[in-house]
Write a protein that binds this ligand. Sequence first.
Ligand code: NI
Length: 177
Amino acid sequence: MAIREVLRMGDPRLLEQARSVEQFDTADLHALLKDMDDTMKVLDGAGLAAPQIGVGLQVVIFGMDQNPRYPDAEAVPKTILINPTLTQIDDEMEDAWEGCLSVPGMRGVVPRYKRLRYRGCDQYGVVIDRTVEGFHARVVQHECDHLFGVLYPMRIRDFRQFGFADVLFPDAPVNDD
Ligand code: NI
């Protein structure tokens, strides 16, 4: 088990475009995914992208049953998604609060597409093709943004709805990200 350091906003590696994975079911890929899973679990994240631990590959993981950081969010299936492509279904957007392990302690309201189709592969190269909406669609958009060097504050439209989690939500359970 290896918990890796999560890069924080300001690190130029978070602004780079990630490379495609060329080979599946390799020892290196499995080791990367194990580290990502360990790191996400210990930090109670809803998702993690490989660039957040300094690995510039198109690999994201996300999903949870019930997450203390998102107590009102619906469950999202545990997913490993490699070389993803996102396709817009329609123009409808939705605003909701987001946080990010690379922007610790902060929350902001981010507009995201309400519905989308995403495709990619799992760690064995098996195709994943899903059409989703709501929180699931939001998590996918947030994580895949990391593969293009985009952090959620770059998508905020109203900076009056951006701040420190413990100030914005003083009654919420404390967590240190
Ligand atoms: Ni993030």
